[in-house]
Design a binder for this molecule. Structure first.
Ligand SMILES: Cc1cc2nc3c(=O)[nH]c(=O)nc-3n(C[C@H](O)[C@H](O)[C@H](O)COP(=O)(O)OP(=O)(O)OC[C@H]3O[C@@H](n4cnc5c(N)ncnc54)[C@H](O)[C@@H]3O)c2cc1C
Length: 377
């Protein structure tokens, strides 16, 4: 029977696109598999990974360790390097064959390219750049009570929407939440009329589960037949050139020292102080967008809505005012320390420790005392 994305009852299971590059799984994949496990449990269905590449069976089991029940593996020399044409064709055909009800991608460059094209071919909806996903209504309502300004009684009444003038229960719909209007609003979006419900999810937002070695052993690996020829691919990857510069690993860091426009008095010194503080803490340097836009630091350091979402053990904000778009990327840090000369700066609203003062005076004292404490050990 022809594929019909509007026949919602025909779709089952949660799928995660498992992004690998040159045979190495991208860390976001494990975050998405972990989150996918939660969604699949809430729906009472299986969690499946879809993995494309050339000879990638060796990395498929790992997905089981983070919660996948099954992995659909598509191996071909034509899938070795990512091309939009080849990956779209294989994923679309797989979805048409197996009909998952939810399909999630990482919001990486590849995911952002691939997911909308697949959604258009499948004639379904895609919510891009999500920061939160829910199925279960009580969980979703709990989330809204925690983060939204909606009155509790209004939240409690949520659960039904009108579709084609008929009431529709959103009980089994994927609730996809993402920042909207420049981060001033959070919007929750559903795709009630078509399947799969598709989302891209920001890297670093979802938490990775503990690795379960037994589950990695027992995950079912499948190799469905598929059709892909060189004629399907209109582009040719001539060479893969890795960036010569090492990008800062903000997402994996336990300690981040971020600089903001407050360093403007002496940018070089401000960054040097942040680097020194990061070094004594064993961490890395991040920044607000203001510093990136001013050309003081490269974009891979940016934390926030249009930068990276981080949750380190300790986040130190130096001369950062705490705009909503910055806070969106760091407010889930375990401990936030802010240094700002304005005692009314909004960053202090999310800070566990606030130091009102000039960062150029405060940071050298912090470095000195951390070094002294380390030596005293
Ligand atoms: C769609 C959109 C997306 C955005 N995405 C992001 C994003 O991802 N990340 C992001 O960061 N921003 C983002 N922004 C920009 C954001 O709105 C703010 O403009 C930006 O975060 C401000 O950066 P800042 O705090 O460094 O600068 P400012 O707001 O100018 O704050 C500087 C702070 O430094 C303090 N200060 C000054 N001198 C000193 C000193 N000597 N010692 C101590 N404190 C001092 C000041 O009191 C002030 O609080 C986005 C904006 C939009 C519209």
């Amino acid at each position: 029977m022809a594929f019909n994305s509007a026949d919602t009852a025909a779709f089952k299971n949660v799928w995660v696109f498992c992004e690998q590059r040159q045979g190495v799984m991208m860390p976001t994949t494990f975050e998405l598999i972990s989150e996918g496990r939660k969604l699949a449990d809430e729906l009472g269905v299986e969690l499946c990974g879809i993995l494309l590449g050339d000879n990638v069976d060796g990395i498929a089991n790992e997905l089981g360790g983070y919660g996948a029940d099954k992995v659909y593996v598509y191996n071909s020399p034509l899938l070795k390097d990512f091309t939009t044409d080849a990956y779209t064709k294989v994923i679309v055909e797989a979805v048409e064959e197996f009909k998952p009800e939810v399909l999630v991608f990482g919001a990486s460059n590849i995911g952002r390219d691939l997911a909308p094209r697949c959604a258009a071919r499948l004639h379904t909806g895609l919510c891009a750049d999500c920061t939160h996903l829910d199925i279960d209504m009580p969980n979703y309502k709990g989330f809204l009570k925690e983060v939204s300004t909606l009155p509790a009684e209004r939240i409690e009444k949520l659960g039904t929407v009108m579709i084609n003038r008929e009431p529709h229960s959103v009980e089994r719909d994927l609730k996809m939440t993402r920042p909207a209007f420049g981060g001033h609003l959070m919007a929750s979006i559903i795709c009630p009329r078509f399947r799969p419900a598709m989302a891209t999810v920001r890297p670093g937002v979802m938490k990775k589960r503990e690795f379960d070695a037994a589950k990695a052993e027992s995950v079912e690996i499948l190799h469905p037949a598929f059709n892909l020829t060189a004629e399907d691919i209109k582009t040719e990857v001539v060479e893969v050139v890795k960036a010569a510069k090492k990008m800062v690993d903000l997402i994996g860091a336990d300690f981040i020292v971020s600089v903001g426009r407050g360093i403007s008095k002496d940018v070089e010194k401000g960054i040097a102080l942040a680097e020194e503080l990061a070094e004594v803490l064993g961490g890395v340097v991040g920044s607000s967008r203001a510093c990136v836009d001013s050309g003081w630091i490269s974009a891979d350091h940016q934390v926030g809505q249009t930068g990276k979402t981080v949750h380190p053990k300790v986040y130190v904000a130096l001369g950062i005012s705490g705009a909503i778009q910055h806070k969106a990327g760091m407010q889930d840090s375990e401990c936030i320390i802010a240094v700002n000369k304005n005692e009314n700066a909004p960053i202090f609203e999310v800070a566990d420790y606030g130091i009102v003062g000039d960062l150029f005076k405060v940071v050298p004292l912090l470095i000195e005392s951390i070094k002294a404490a380390k030596e005293a050990k």
